[in-house]
Ligand binder design. Sequence first.
Ligand SMILES: Cc1cc2nc3c(=O)[nH]c(=O)nc-3n(C[C@H](O)[C@H](O)[C@H](O)COP(=O)(O)OP(=O)(O)OC[C@H]3O[C@@H](n4cnc5c(N)ncnc54)[C@H](O)[C@@H]3O)c2cc1C
Length: 368
Amino acid sequence: MPPIPDVLVIGGGAVGASCARALAVAGAAVTLIDRPGAAGEAWRASAGMLAAQIDAGPDDPVLELALAGREFFAGHASELGRTTGIDIGFMPSGILQVVRREADVAAIKERVAWQRQQALRANWLDGDDVFDGWPWLGPCLGAFWSPEDGAVDPENLVAAFLSDATRLGARVVADTIVGLDHDGKQLRGVIGERQRYTAGTVVIAAGAWSGRLQSLPRPLSVEPVRGQMMAFPWPAGARPAIVYGEGCYLLQRGAEMLVGATVEHAGFDASVTATGLADLHDRASVVYPALAAMQPLRAWAGLRPVTPDGLPIVGAEPRLPGLWYATGHGRNGILLSGITGELIARGVCGASVTEELDPFRPTRFWDW
Ligand SMILES: Cc1cc2nc3c(=O)[nH]c(=O)nc-3n(C[C@H](O)[C@H](O)[C@H](O)COP(=O)(O)OP(=O)(O)OC[C@H]3O[C@@H](n4cnc5c(N)ncnc54)[C@H](O)[C@@H]3O)c2cc1C
C-alpha cells in the first residue's frame, strides 16, 4: 500500500463530514473546510430517511450502494453515540408507502415480489392491516411495507461525524473555498477566501455548490434542486412511523411530524414559498386527514445536489491525480453518506474501488 496522504475535504455536510471521519479512521491527516453560515445546505433541511427500498426495482444502479448505506447506520449508530456522545437518532421503524389508486396496486405488488426475489424484506399490506397499524392515516387500498428502512437525524449525524473526525485528529476549518490550486498536472491544494491550503489529495464534497469551484479539470454536472419541508405536531399516542404517499412523506422526529418535500428547480434560492408549502400541505392532508385543519409549526428549505441521471458522482478524477469527487447525492445523501465516506477513504488510501464506483464515475457526463 502507498503511504496515506494528507487530505483536504471541501464541504462539511453529511458527505464531507463522513469522508473526513472515514479518512481519519484510516489514519489520514485530514483538514475539512466548510463554508461559514447557512445558505440552504441540504443536510440542514433534510428529512434524514434511510429509504433504500422505497423505489427499488430491477436495474436500479444505486440499490446495492443504498443497502450498504443503510447497513452502515445499523452498524455505526451506537458506536458513533459511544465515541461522540451524540445520538444520531437512528430509527429503524420501517417505511410504509400507502396506495390509494387501484391503478397503482399491481406495480407496487410487483415491486414487493421483485424485492423478495432479491432476498430483501418487503411486504404488501392490505388496507385493513394499514388501518390496524397506523389508525391515524386516511383510507387506502393497501401499502408497500419495507421494515428495514428508517431514518436518522441529519443535523445530529453531521455533528457526530465531525466530532468523531476531530477526536481522531482531523482539523475543521471555517472558510469558503474558491477553487482548486493546480498547474494542470499536479494538484497543490485549494484556494480559500481566507487562505490557501496545501495537500496533494482533495475531496470535493460541497453539495450543490461543488460545480461552482474554479479550476475544475472538467465541468461537474451537479445542480441545486430545492426541497421545502414543514413540521406539525406528531399525533398524540401514535408510535414512530415514516409514511410515503401522494408524492410526499411524513415522519416522526421528536415531538414533531416532518412533512416533505417539494422538488423544484429554483437555482440557488433556498427560501420557502406560499405555493410550495400549500401544495405540500394539501398532499400530506390526503395521507393524514387531520393535518388539513392544522397550521405548520415551522417551514424550511434546502438544496439537494442533483445530477442528470440521479446517481451520485463518487470517484477519482483521471485528469488530475489526487482529486476525488463525493457529490451529487440528490435525495439520498443522508442514506449514502456513511458508505460514501468509507469508499472514498478506501480509494484515497490506495485500495481499488473502481468496480464498486463504476456507475458513479465522474467521467460519465463530460469527456471534454
Ligand atoms: C428537503 C430535503 C429532504 C431530504 N431528505 C432526505 C432523506 O430523507 N434522506 C436522504 O438520504 N437524503 C435526503 N435529502 C438529501 C440529502 O440531504 C443530501 O443528499 C445530502 O445532504 C447531501 O450531502 P452533501 O454533504 O453532499 O451536501 P450538503 O448537505 O448540501 O453539504 C454541503 C456542504 O458544503 C459546504 N460548502 C458548499 N460550498 C462550499 C465552499 N465553496 N467551500 C467550503 N464549503 C462549502 C456547505 O456549507 C455544506 O456544509 C434531502 C434533501 C432535502 C433538501
